[in-house]
Write a protein that binds this ligand. Structure first.
Ligand code: GDP
Ligand code: MN
Length: 375
């Protein structure tokens, strides 16, 4: 889960990382009430990077100017994301910009520090054009990221004396935050040199979604679509895709192979919903409601292989909330005969063969598309 800069900076503050004084607002009129020293920087709070380049980070000399900029930025859309909040921070004079981050290096199986004296810019492009300007160091899984390692990195960035010690404190604190808060990425870009001291001018924090249960303090994930949030509420795993066939299956492996089958017959899934093992009639009913609600869905493919899940339960769920778009249903496994009978009596057709089910679903979606074009 990506956090906004202002949320990341709250974590930074808790771990003793130096940040500017700043306040977040959602209406331009609130600027007047902020107890901040001018000039200030008005910063769009969106979950995409490169806000500066997109015009979402602006300097204001007076409260009037800040209010005007807040109004302009709050009306902006940055790379498809509407700005609903701005962070207003006390501006500083930056002498030099550095880069520092901790990332999960999956190839190394370790947490790694990435640093550069070329900060403030897109680090990927530095890595591409001048890889020698990137400094890397791996944390030990048992010992963590130790002061001597931070000192080696800091020296390679050109730090010495008291600033080097500041860098060591910042790097070790950032690692502590990364580790204790279950982060996937903790990034400072730029880490700025201001009047001989280091300051975290920007903050980016991505937390591991698998650890979100350990963070009840966080508001709901804003990256989730409305349907993803609805599915999560019911403990169903739901993923949005961009085709026109809604998919419901039980079990991750079955759902994945269902997507392959649809692709094989020339179709594309609009989403998929995994009702999991032992899905009840109720779960099936909920799943049907969510899967078809996505705009642009022309057909639905329900692919259930009953194991712990019982076909009669699934069939009851389908009958209670019958598909509203043309549906192809494949239902086999535990209590298959009973499940098939329940559907038949409700006038709903279901097959036993997954390939055939996928072919029919693709055909139904195609017909739906042609029907629309004909009108
Ligand atoms: P990003 O573009 O989304 O990465 O947003 P940042 O917070 O990194 O801001 C973009 C750039 O604006 C930074 O790299 C700085 O160069 C500049 N900037 C942000 N805050 C200040 C500030 O207080 N003073 C100065 N001089 N520049 C700032
Ligand atoms: Mn930045």
């Amino acid at each position: 889960m990506k956090l906004h800069e202002y949320q990341a900076k709250e974590y930074f503050g808790r771990y003793g990382l130096p940040v500017q004084k700043g306040l977040v607002i959602d209406r331009p009129e609130q600027v007047a009430g902020l107890a901040l020293r001018y000039p200030v920087v008005v910063k769009a709070q969106v979950l995409v990077g490169g806000r500066g380049k997109a015009g979402g980070v602006k300097l204001a000399r007076t409260p009037a100017e800040a209010e005007e900029l807040a109004r302009a930025i709050l009306g902006m859309e940055i790379r498809g994301e509407r700005v609903t909040r701005v962070l207003v921070t006390e501006a500083v004079d930056i002498d030099k910009e550095y880069y520092l981050a901790f990332v999960t290096d999956r190839a190394a199986g370790r947490v790694a520090a990435i640093a550069s004296a070329e900060g403030g810019v897109d680090i990927e492009s530095v890595a591409r054009t001048a890889p020698e300007k990137i400094v890397r160091a791996e944390a030990d899984p048992f010992l963590g990221f130790l002061a001597f390692q931070a000192r080696v990195v800091g020296r390679r960035l050109g730090f010495a004396g008291p600033v080097l010690e500041e860098f060591v404190r910042i790097a070790t604190a950032l690692y502590r935050l990364y580790w204790a808060e279950d982060a996937d990425l903790a990034e400072i870009n730029p880490l700025a040199l201001v009047a001989g001291h280091l300051l975290c001018v920007d903050a980016k924090l991505v937390l591991d979604d698998n650890a979100l249960y350990r963070h009840p303090e966080l508001p709901p994930n804003e990256e989730m679509t409305e349907l993803e949030a609805a599915a999560k509420k019911h403990d169903l795993s739901y993923v949005e895709l961009d085709g026109d066939i809604a998919v419901i299956g039980n079990g991750a492996g079955l759902v994945m192979s269902t997507l392959d089958l649809l692709a094989h017959f020339g179709g594309r899934a609009a989403n998929f919903l995994d009702v999991g093992g032992g899905a009840s009639a109720e779960a099936m009913q909920t799943a049907l409601g969510i899967a078809q609600r996505k705009p642009g869905v022309r057909a639905i493919f329900i692919n259930i292989f009953g194991g712990i899940t019982r076909c009669d339960d699934v069939a009851r769920g389908i009958v209670d909330n019958p598909p509203k778009v043309p549906a192809s249903i494949r239902l086999t496994g535990t209590n298959e005969t009973e499940g098939q009978r329940i559907l038949r009596e409700a006038g709903i057709a279901a097959g036993l063969d997954p390939d055939e089910g996928a072919r029919v679903a693709v055909e139904l979606a195609r017909r739906g598309a042609q029907g629309r074009e004909g009108r």
